[in-house]
Each structure stands twice: as structure tokens, then as C-alpha cells.
Ligand binder design. Structure first.
Ligand SMILES: Nc1ncnc2c1ncn2[C@@H]1O[C@H](COP(=O)(O)OP(=O)(O)OP(=O)(O)O)[C@@H](O)[C@H]1O
Ligand SMILES: [Mg+2]
Length: 357
């Protein structure tokens, strides 16, 4: 499992993980084809969908442009997809850009001033916009106006520029990082949750149909259970299982085929991969379940601290397999059970357990 010093750096490693939630190159190419096109096709997220449906219907009934929408949630849960659906439901064109792409306020002014009436402006990773651009955006969102600064120094003048009404859809994986004045200017905030396994099954059946892959109910359930609550991962695992089914079986996916395929790719029944299991295994086998410090744990698995902390731990914590405590990392009883190990008995009363009390 070791990635030594000559191995790829963290970013490249992430690309190798089948269960990472961020998009890789292949996802980007396939995702367009798998994106639901309207709210009815969009699986799950009942609350956000219902609320958004009202917002959009009301705006349409008034013949008005929809309020600005903020979508927050972990990678791969459908923020970009939903922004495109908003535009489609409003019958409006969509312009796509992102926080990091807007370096200067001028970049934003150029985009804003070229919007058509009713257009949807999708601003991905909105938490990563520069400060001056952010301030320009406040005024644009509220008053549909920007001040374009002409000239430099004492002679500089601000020329106000009227904008047509538009709908800003902001997306962020880190809603907590948004300054309150920006957050407050959105008329509606939708928080995307991780998906239930049954919802992921529907995503998988739908994608299988679009990819022309034959899959049965149990096969889809097997993939869904390993997809970490994330449609992007579900779609990616489906593609890998399809490869396996074509090479090793007759192309059809059932539970044994899905389980065998994901076994080859080292994604276990709960969606943990090699790195996750290495971290958990070290915590249990070398440190008796902890508490152990992050650095020590990282050295034990031959990884950087950051990799363990940012790549492996969030999902282990979410799954209730590992806890971060002031004294260090601790395994939960579920972790022992998942790796099929028996926790050691500690002192006093626990000792009796050894003799089958
Ligand atoms: N509710 C859903 N129903 C069906 N498919 C979905 C749903 N949500 C997401 N997907 C699929 O998952 C993939 C990733 O979705 P999307 O790109 O919208 O995620 P995102 O939240 O924008 O991720 P990121 O934070 O990385 O930008 C897409 O291929 C999309 O088809
Ligand atoms: Mg996105």
C-alpha cells in the first residue's frame, strides 16, 4: 500500500482513488451525458427540490427572474447539475464561471455587463472569489448595478452601469467560508445532503439505462452501498463494474459481479478503499484502537499527515468508524466489527470478558 517519496504527490493520488468525491478527467467527460435535465429527473434531495420548485414556479408565474440561489454541499452531490436545471426550468441561458477564474473585479464586470435579461450566472466555488470581485458582486446582486472604475489614483472615477435582472446561482462546498453579507444576498439557500442508498440505486439504474448497461436490482444495490452517499462516485463505480462485467462475465451486472468487480478495485462493502482501511487497520492493530496522535498514525501507514487527515478521515468520521478526540484518534466499536477484529479488553471489569463472563 506504500506510496514512497518517489510516488505521486497528494493531488495525483487523489486522482487514483475510485472513491474520491471530486471529479476526475473521465468524470468530466461522462457527466454531461448523465446529468438529469429537469427537476423530475433529479433524484433525491426532496427538501431542496420542493423548495426550489416553489421558488421557480412563483418566479415564472410572476414573469420575473428567479431570486439568487446558493447551493452548498460536498463534492459530487449535484450542485452543478441543479444549476443547469434551474436555467432549464426558467427557460433561460446559463453562463458558467467559478470563483478562482475571477481574479480581478474587472473580470466580473465584463461577465456581468454581457448578461442577457433573465440569464442564469453559475458561479462555482464562490467562496474562492477575490475580495474586490466579491464586493462588486454585492451591488450587482442587490441593485443590478456595478460601478466600473475608470482611470487610476485621484483622477479615477466610478461609472455606474445598469445590469439586466439575472439569477446568480452560487455553489460552494464550504458554506461556512462565505462572508455573511454575501450569504444574506441569496434569496434561497439549498443545502445538499448525502444520498440514501435507495436514492443512489435510482441514480445507478438511470445511468445504466443511459450507458446501455444491463443491471439488476441487487447489482445496483451492491454498487449503491459502496458509493459513500455520492452520485458521482456511484456513476464512477458503475463504469468500473461495467468494464469488469464485459471482460469477466457476459456484460450483465448482478450482485456477485458487482461485488467481485469492486473487490478487484479494493472498494469494500462499505465504500472504504485501500487507504481508508490502512488507516483504520493501523489504528486497531498497532495502537489497540487509540487514542493515538495524527502524526504517529500517519507515519504508521507511510502517509503524510494531510493525506490521512483530509483524504481518509472525513469519511471514516462520517461513517462513525473513527473519532477525533483531544487525546488523539480513537476507533469506535463499529471499526473493530468492520475489519472483523475483536477489541482488546482493558483492566478491571473488562478482564472478565476474556474468560467468557
Ligand atoms: N440528484 C441526482 N440525480 C441523478 N444524478 C445526479 C444527481 N446529483 C448528481 N448526479 C450526478 O452526479 C454527477 C456529479 O454531479 P455534479 O457535477 O452536479 O456535482 P457537484 O455538486 O457540482 O460537484 P462539485 O462540488 O465537485 O462541483 C453528475 O454526473 C450527475 O449526473
Ligand atoms: Mg460542480
Amino acid at each position: 500500500m506504500n506510496w514512497d517519496e518517489t510516488g505521486p504527490d497528494t493531488d495525483e493520488r487523489l486522482d487514483e482513488r475510485l472513491v474520491q468525491a471530486d471529479a476526475d478527467g473521465e468524470d468530466t467527460a461522462v457527466e454531461a451525458a448523465l446529468r438529469p435535465k429537469d427537476l423530475d429527473e433529479f433524484v433525491g434531495q426532496e427538501k431542496v427540490r420542493e423548495q426550489l420548485d416553489l421558488v421557480l414556479k412563483a418566479a415564472r408565474a410572476r414573469g420575473a427572474t428567479a431570486d439568487h440561489v446558493l447551493l452548498s454541499g460536498a463534492p459530487g452531490l449535484g450542485k452543478t447539475t441543479l444549476s443547469m436545471i434551474i436555467a432549464a426550468e426558467m427557460g433561460a441561458p446559463i453562463r458558467i464561471t467559478s470563483g478562482p477564474a475571477i481574479q480581478h473585479a474587472g473580470d466580473l464586470a465584463a461577465i456581468l455587463s454581457s448578461l442577457q435579461e433573465g440569464e442564469v450566472l453559475f458561479l462555482d466555488e464562490i467562496h474562492r472569489m477575490s475580495r474586490p470581485a466579491e464586493e462588486m458582486l454585492y451591488m450587482a446582486m442587490e441593485d443590478f448595478r456595478v460601478d466600473v472604475i475608470v482611470g487610476k489614483g485621484p483622477g479615477a472615477t466610478a461609472i455606474p452601469l445598469e445590469l439586466p435582472p439575472f439569477t446568480l446561482v452560487g455553489a460552494t462546498t464550504r458554506a461556512g467560508l462565505l462572508p455573511p453579507p454575501l450569504r444574506d444576498r441569496f434569496g434561497f439557500t439549498g443545502h445538499m445532503e448525502f444520498y440514501a442508498p435507495t436514492e443512489l440505486e435510482r441514480v445507478i439504474h438511470r445511468s445504466a439505462r443511459l450507458l446501455d448497461v444491463e443491471i439488476d436490482v441487487d447489482g445496483a444495490a451492491e454498487i449503491a452501498g459502496r458509493s459513500r452517499g455520492t452520485p458521482r462516485i456511484a456513476n464512477r463505480l458503475l463504469r468500473r463494474v461495467r468494464d469488469y462485467a464485459q471482460v469477466k462475465a457476459d456484460g450483465r451486472i448482478d450482485r456477485p459481479v458487482a461485488a467481485a468487480a469492486l473487490g478487484v478495485y479494493e472498494v469494500d462493502a462499505r465504500g472504504l478503499d485501500r487507504l481508508d482501511r490502512a488507516v483504520l487497520g493501523a489504528l486497531l492493530k498497532l495502537f489497540g484502537g487509540g487514542p493515538v496522535g495524527l502524526s504517529t498514525l500517519a507515519v504508521a501507514v507511510g502517509e503524510e499527515r494531510e493525506t490521512v487527515e483530509e483524504v481518509a478521515e472525513p469519511f471514516l468520521v462520517r461513517e462513525g468508524l473513527l473519532a477525533r478526540t483531544p487525546r488523539g484518534r480513537v476507533a469506535t466499536p463499529a471499526a473493530w466489527a468492520h475489519l472483523g477484529l475483536v477489541p482488546p479488553q482493558h483492566g478491571g471489569k473488562g478482564q472478565q470478558g476474556l474468560f467468557g463472563a
